[in-house]
Design a protein around this ligand. Structure first.
Ligand code: NAD
Length: 269
């Protein structure tokens, strides 16, 4: 039986909890959110939800710690969980752009013989990119296409005084490395980070960001070329019903990860 600690009771966290609690392998789900309203609201809707005040006690009582909150939460709680001998599933994969943080949690996981699971999130094909990366990869290109409105808060759009209201056809806003993209477009950081970590790193992974007034989906088109051949993937993501900035597939990727971790058969390893 597996006891889960769920940090973050928002769009992703609540989907995870409601979808995994019927699994016979799941004994209980300890909930934690800095918003007590979110925490209690989710607990009320669950049969296996548990609330404890102290996050350290929550971590100690669990077998697997799931971060579905923020990069800040990933940086704060993943090292604590690993030090306490718990494996962690991280949704805010963008936190791993920070190399010292990445190296720190990798070192703790090695020393404590625990696992760090990084969700594939809103992109598909990460399994294929991981496999391809064991041989030579020549090129990784990610095209991210979203409605112009999705870029309203990005520093790049503000700094370059891009008038999103004037965009009437698909328009390339940015092209560069994943390393550059994650600083300019933090809302795309998770997909670019997962892809970079799976493949050829942040410097060599190329990212193109396109604003398309004709779409209401978050679209990711992936092109990878290497010794294995060519991989092309296109995901047209439906936004999460609870948070339009989050693609529904991101929450589903965590549900699928928990099924693999808690179950006995791992399809697509
Ligand atoms: N891997 C992917 O493809 C992918 C896709 C979408 C979102 N995400 C990431 O997943 C995370 C959650 O996304 P969401 O859509 O559920 O967000 P959300 O805003 O709907 O919910 C996040 C919840 O976490 C809580 N929270 C935030 N920081 C916290 C902290 N330090 N301690 C305790 N609670 C904290 C908030 O109060 C909120 O209730 C975000 O970091 C987001 O960037 C990843």
């Amino acid at each position: 039986m597996v006891r889960l600690a769920l940090i973050g009771c928002g769009a992703i966290g609540s989907t995870i909890a409601s979808m995994v609690e019927d699994m016979p392998e799941i004994e209980s789900i300890y909930l934690y959110d800095r918003s007590k309203r979110m925490e209690k609201g989710l607990a009320r809707s669950l049969k296996k939800g548990r609330i404890l005040e102290d996050i350290v006690e929550i971590i100690e009582r669990s077998d697997l710690v799931i971060e579905a909150a923020s990069q800040e939460a990933a940086k704060k709680y993943a090292p604590v969980a690993l030090e306490k001998g718990k494996s962690v599933l991280i949704l805010s994969v963008g936190a791993l752009v920070d190399r010292p943080f990445r190296e720190r949690i990798e070192e703790i996981a090695r020393r404590r013989h625990r696992k760090i699971y990084l969700a594939s999130g809103a992109i598909a094909g990460i399994d294929g990119v991981c496999a391809a990366a064991t041989a030579k990869i020549e090129e990784v290109m990610l095209n991210t296409i979203k409605p112009p409105e999705a870029f309203r808060q990005s520093s790049y759009v503000l700094d370059h005084k891009i008038n999103l209201n004037a965009i009437v056809k698909p328009t390339v806003l940015f092209e560069g490395s994943a390393a550059e993209a994650v600083t300019h477009f933090p809302q795309n950081i998770n997909v670019a980070a997962a892809l970079s970590l799976a493949g050829i790193g942040f410097e060599r992974t190329r990212v193109r960001i396109i604003a398309d007034p004709n779409t209401n989906r978050n679209i990711h088109k992936l092109l990878v070329k290497g010794d294995f051949g060519v991989l092309e993937i296109e995901v047209r993501n439906v936004p999460s019903p609870k948070n339009p900035k989050t693609s529904y597939l991101a929450a589903l990727s965590a549900v699928s990860a928990i099924r693999k971790i808690a179950g006995n058969v791992w399809v697509g390893v």
